[in-house]
Ligand binder design. Structure first.
Ligand code: TYM
Length: 331
């Protein structure tokens, strides 16, 4: 397949296998675009299991989550023939690079990271891995000299840190790394969860991408709305139900539902039923594909290992040049 340049340079992104399933926030904010980009650009997508170690402490769970996320990538349409799909920990080189970056990264910057501040504010026990998380993420990107990073808005600061460290490394050791760009879409940057806050596993306000039809319907019914009565006129743009509807419905369907909101006479239950219908329409085939991949764990493992072999070629090149520039290893 020809890969015309819709974006310039190598594309890389990653998702944490840190919970049972990816959710609609991951899918709409990032992963759906991975599929589009994989058709036209050189892409690497990663199951970042080392990052997940900051929160997942049971081996069998982490293996399950890794399988689930790999199946999710494949179910939404990532083709391992045209993308390098791999597991972060299959390339321990990333930990080596991470140390080289750590030695050049100001500690104060890490302390300012939003994710760390949020974890502290939630009262989570903060391990050092959480603090050094942005450096490992920078290593993911720089090890493969990726230039375009499709992510949701919550990852913006991490990409800014990666840019900073790449610039620093280049100024100290010579021109080794391209400076990566975040690819964040305005319309999908922050997908709302059931309670209107950003959809997130930590807030437990998410809709899993492959929930059964019944569970999906139940979740949609739980979306928080205001207390306006059936007869009252409503503002679709202020309603999480409608915000989610826009990602799944056609323009005509959106206009029709928006008109019902504005006219009054429609309860939120009707809008929720309509939202469930369109989500289910898009996700049913993905759910079936996910289930069939989950029944083939050996094939998932093979795909990841083949991806790691391809990724290793790129990692080797970067690290050879970098080791020589740093003065470590053979001379
Ligand atoms: P993670 O696993 O939290 O999320 C994966 C992707 O989903 C996006 N996302 C959202 N986008 C919009 N609205 C939401 N409610 C929402 N929730 C999640 C995230 O922005 C992300 O793009 N640190 C990263 C993983 C990572 C990575 C990397 C990403 C590790 N190394 C290298 C890019 C490049 C993370 O925890 O994503």
């Amino acid at each position: 397949m020809s890969k015309g340049p819709t974006v310039k340079g190598r594309v890389l992104s990653g998702v944490q296998p840190s919970g049972g399933q990816v959710h609609l926030g991951n899918y709409l904010g990032a992963m759906k675009r991975f599929v589009e980009l994989s058709k036209t650009a050189e892409t690497l997508f990663c199951v970042v299991d080392l990052h997940a170690l900051t929160s997942v402490k049971e081996a069998e769970k982490l293996r399950d989550y890794t399988r689930s996320l790999t199946a999710a990538y494949l179910a939404i349409g990532i083709d391992p023939e045209e993308t390098i799909l791999f597991r972060q920990s299959d390339l321990p080189e990333v930990c080596e690079l991470s140390w080289y970056l750590t030695c050049n990264f100001p500690l104060g910057l890490l302390e300012r990271a939003h994710a760390l501040k949020d974890a502290k504010a939630r009262g989570d026990t903060v391990n050092s891995g959480l603090m050094f998380y942005p450096i490992l993420m920078a290593a993911d990107i720089l090890l493969y000299r990726a230039e375009q990073i499709p992510v949701g808005a919550d990852q913006k600061q991490h990409i800014e840190m990666t840019r900073e460290i790449a610039q620093k490394m280049n100024s100290v050791y010579g021109d080794l790394f391209p400076i990566p760009e975040p690819l964040i879409e305005e319309s999908t940057g922050v997908i709302p969860g059931l309670d209107g806050r950003k959809m997130s596993k930590s807030y437990n306000n998410y809709i899993g991408l492959f929930e059964t039809e019944k569970a999906l319907e139940k979740k949609v019914k739980r979306i928080v709305t205001d207390s306006l009565g059936v007869e009252e006129k409503k503002d679709p743009e202020k309603c999480s139900v409608f915000k989610l509807y826009k990602f799944f419905a056609s323009k005509d369907e959106q206009n029709a539902l928006a008109n019902k909101y504005r006219a009054g006479g429609m309860g939120y239950g009707v809008a929720k039923q309509e939202l469930f219908r369109v989500i289910n329409l898009e996700l049913s085939p993905l759910r079936a594909s996910y289930d069939s991949w989950m029944a083939r764990p050996d094939d998932l493992e093979d795909i990841l290992l083949q991806g790691a072999q391809k990724a290793r070629v790129l990692a080797f090149e970067t690290l050879s040049e970098l080791r020589s520039a740093l003065g470590v290893g053979r001379y």
